[in-house]
Write a protein that binds this ligand. Structure first.
Ligand SMILES: CCCCCCCCCC/C=C\CCCCCCCC(=O)SCCNC(=O)CCNC(=O)[C@H](O)C(C)(C)COP(=O)(O)OP(=O)(O)OC[C@H]1O[C@@H](n2cnc3c(N)ncnc32)[C@H](O)[C@@H]1OP(=O)(O)O
Ligand SMILES: Cc1cc2nc3c(=O)[nH]c(=O)nc-3n(C[C@H](O)[C@H](O)[C@H](O)COP(=O)(O)OP(=O)(O)OC[C@H]3O[C@@H](n4cnc5c(N)ncnc54)[C@H](O)[C@@H]3O)c2cc1C
Length: 705
């Protein structure tokens, strides 16, 4: 679909290509076969680029984290994309389930080989660290849906790194990084996903043989969902209840071989398969897994945080009981970046398409405007660009926070873990939920063509909406953050110091109402006051319920709706704050126009959320109706100010066409030509008359059925 992919069939024009693969002439579709479909770029998009008043690559560099990182990313992308093998001549989505999976494996192996042979030599293991987002982004040129290797790199390897002893790491990591073994992360079971203390798979230590016996006692204990488990992996991390010397010590991670390394047959005592069609992830062979008293060596328990000695003695090593949950925290941090990137893709597609698409008349008889000139369209789209920036910058900030806490923990200090857990939980929840909603908004903004799979918007949505559920459901994670907030509120009330991300509570506990001020800093402060107000209301409700005789757990449960809203408000304030501070910091040395447009986007985001939460502002601050009116006016002015730079802003995300994989979003804007080219690839167009006509339609129509 992108320029390099076209190279695969360079010798054939689209019409000739179609005729080659079909058996009837294009005049059936009423296309004049003397004319080529237009190969020239769309003029409206060219005009948009000409009117953009800032240096696009400056913003690209900011989003990448500096000019050197942009260069590095482009180098990796060009290595991976240069041979054109990433593209499918037959669209992935028109294949049957087996062929899709096989094709995904073919491409995963191809991509892995490119990474191993060419990218790793360039970056070293950095590619899995700070460059992993580049690896992830580039992978999208190979897969429209998901690679079956995602869990291997995304969770199997990180779990060994985070939960294995140095000896275990030096044994397993070289094999895993070289893809001699492929693994996944099997935690969720049919019966339990959220409540992991309730998992039912058991790992019972047998000191006589120095082995663990892994067992699935009932149907609900079957592992369910792990990506790449159904057909691809031969190893996996299994999270199971550890029993030794007759006592249960709770859930622990184990490395379990499930298939023969040579034949790939499931090993005796292992029952493994794929879970069937899903809304998305259909190339990721998500699987089920059960064990019948299956034995693994003692040293296959990942023993960094706790150990079982040869005689069965249990030894706790870690200073914090939740360190076994470390991989989940890591992935939640990664996911903020993941969804920012996917939202940026959707925004690019929808903004470019809106510059190409013309519809209706603003003034009777006048030419039809580009749909991006409707203010309602700008309202739908510009917040998507701003949110992609907000989440990208928040994700960089969260990564730094995560790295600092990790460094502390290496020195035995787990003091900041609760704050990291609270932050990563709510940022994961809000970023995935916002991104899914806004990607759907981008699809709606593209009208009927947005519904085409070839636009790539439906697949982006089906992927991102899953991120709201996996790695901790939205509500469940916000309730985790709420636990932290309520405790912090009580600390602040009693005059004790609180941690940096909740320091706003120290001022807010006094109970004064904040007077609205429409500056960026004023809106952020108001957002913190809204959060404080909601936390305070939740505390009051819990206390009232307890005063009326409820136990704390019941009072908490009954206050759940307010607690989730409080955690949401807290997280929104944090995102607004981080987005503002990072924008100011990162544009300090930028050219004036870059500074201006980044500031406009930031103000748009802040005003958007102020307007979305007017009820809260009126309730928890001294905001007046006049303040809301001026905020609305400012918001509309910002839409108009951003409009001329909209295409430049999405160009700054710098997605090659191969990564966007969209008929509507390609750089040259040949939307209609690409839609037709893709339609012509439909298997139903491979013959003029489908056999069902003779089998069913004709007998029906002739009354002979
Ligand atoms: C070729 C391909 C190229 C690819 C390129 C590779 C690039 C890689 C990047 C890719 C990035 C991502 C890809 C990943 C794809 C992932 C797919 C999906 C995987 C999964 O879904 S795995 C399964 C995840 N499961 C969950 O998340 C379960 C959610 N549930 C929980 O986390 C917990 O059960 C809980 C809800 C937190 C409750 O736990 P628990 O009951 O034990 O705890 P309590 O509620 O009683 O709380 C007690 C106490 O502990 C605190 N606490 C809880 N969790 C943590 C924690 N993690 N850290 C610190 N503290 C924690 C809690 O707050 C309480 O504290 P308090 O008592 O209040 O002080
Ligand atoms: C595409 C996809 C890929 C996945 N990949 C993996 C993988 O590789 N490995 C793996 O181990 N798992 C994987 N999972 C599983 C995933 O982690 C879980 O589905 C997720 O954690 C949610 O758990 P659940 O399904 O048990 O939902 P449930 O907990 O049953 O949630 C159902 C509803 O109940 C609500 N709820 C549950 N508990 C509470 C509570 N305490 N308070 C209030 N409300 C509550 C939730 O908010 C939700 O609305 C994957 C899931 C998906 C969709």
């Amino acid at each position: 679909m992108g320029t390099r992919c076209e190279g695969l069939r360079d010798s054939l024009s689209p019409i000739a290509y179609y005729e080659e693969y079909s058996h009837f002439r294009l005049d059936c579709l009423k296309i004049d076969d003397n004319k080529e479909l237009s190969m020239s770029a769309n003029e409206d998009l060219a005009k948009e680029r000409a009117r953009c008043d800032f240096n696009v690559s400056e913003i690209t560099n900011i989003l990448d984290g500096g000019i050197e990182r942009t260069k590095q990313r482009k180098k990796i992308e060009s290595i991976a994309l240069s041979n054109g093998k990433c593209c499918d001549v037959t669209p992935e989505e028109t294949l049957g389930p087996k062929e899709r999976y096989e094709n995904a494996i073919r491409k995963s192996c191809l991509y892995t080989k490119i990474v191993k042979d060419q990218v790793l030599t360039l970056t070293g293991l950095e590619v899995l660290g700070s460059n992993s987002s580049v690896l992830r982004r580039t992978a999208d040129a190979f897969f429209k849906d998901i690679s079956p290797f995602l869990l291997h790199l995304g969770m199997f390897v990180p779990t060994i790194m985070g939960q294995g002893t140095p000896e275990q790491q030096s044994y397993w990591l070289p094999r895993a990084l070289d893809f001699q073994i492929i693994g996944t992360y099997a935690q969720t079971e049919l019966g339990h996903g959220t409540f992991i203390r309730g998992l039912e798979t058991t790992a019972t230590y047998d000191p006589d043989t120095e082995e663990f016996v892994i067992h699935s006692p009932r149907l609900t204990s079957y592992k369910w969902w792990a990506g790449g488990l159904g057909k691809t992996s031969n190893y996996c991390i299994v999270v199971a209840q550890l029993y030794t010397q007759g006592k249960c010590y709770g859930i622990h991670p184990f490395i379990v071989q499930i298939r023969d390394e040579d034949t790939h047959m499931p090993l005796p005592g292992v029952r493994v398969g794929e879970i069937g069609p899903r809304m998305g992830f259909n190339t990721a062979d998500n699987g089920f897994l059960g064990f019948d008293h299956y034995r693994i060596p003692r040293n296959h328990m990942l023993m960094k945080n706790s150990q079982v000695l040869k005689d069965g003695t249990y030894v706790k090593v870690a200073s914090h009981s939740k360190l076994t949950y470390g991989t989940m925290v890591f992935v939640r941090v990664m996911l903020v970046n993941e969804v920012a990137f996917n939202l940026a893709k959707a925004a690019t597609i929808a903004v470019r398409y809106s510059a190409v698409r013309r519809q209706s008349e603003k003034i009777s008889g006048e030419p039809e405007p580009q749909i991006i000139d409707y203010v309602t369209q700008q309202h739908k789209l510009f917040v998507c660009i701003a949110t992609a920036h907000a989440l990208q910058l928040s994700s960089n900030w969260l990564w730094k926070t995560f790295s600092a806490v990790l460094a502390d923990m290496r020195g035995g200090n787990t003091e900041n873990l609760p704050e990291l857990h609270a932050l990563s939980s709510c940022l994961k929840a809000l970023s995935t939920s916002d991104s899914a909603a806004l990607i759907e908004q981008c699809r709606l903004a593209c009208g009927g063509h947005g519904y085409m799979l070839s636009s790539n918007l439906p697949l982006l949505y089906s992927f991102v909406t899953a991120t709201r559920t996996y790695e901790g459901d939205y509500t469940v994670l916000l309730l985790q953050t709420a636990r932290f907030l309520i405790k912090a509120w009580e600390q602040a009330e009693s005059g004790n110091p609180v941690t940096p991300t909740v320091s706003y509570m120290e001022e807010a506990v006094v109970g004064n109402k904040y007077k609205w001020n429409g500056s960026a800093e004023g809106i952020i402060k108001a957002a913190y006051y809204v959060a404080a107000g909601k936390i305070s209301s939740s505390v009051t409700s819990i206390r009232k319920r307890m005063k009326n005789g409820k136990a704390f757990e019941d009072a908490w449960e009954l206050t759940g709706v307010q607690l989730v809203a409080a955690a949401e408000a807290h997280c929104r304030a944090v995102i607004c704050d981080v987005y503002r501070k990072e924008t100011v910091r990162l544009t300090a040395n930028s050219s004036p126009n870059v500074k201006t447009v980044m500031d406009q986007l930031n103000m748009l985001y802040l005003s958007h959320w102020a307007l979305e939460r007017t009820g809260d502002l009126l309730r928890y601050t001294s905001t007046t109706e006049d303040d809301i009116i001026s905020c609305q006016q400012r918001y509309e002015e910002l839409l108009a100010a951003i409009r001329p730079n909209a295409v430049g802003l999405v160009d700054a995300f710098d997605f090659p066409d191969e990564i966007l994989q969209s008929t509507l979003g390609a750089y040259d804007g040949r939307v209609y030509e690409r839609l037709m080219e893709e339609a012509l690839k439909s298997p139903l167009n491979a013959e003029p008359v489908n056999r069902s006509f003779h089998q069913y339609l004709k007998p029906l129509m002739q009354g002979k059925l």
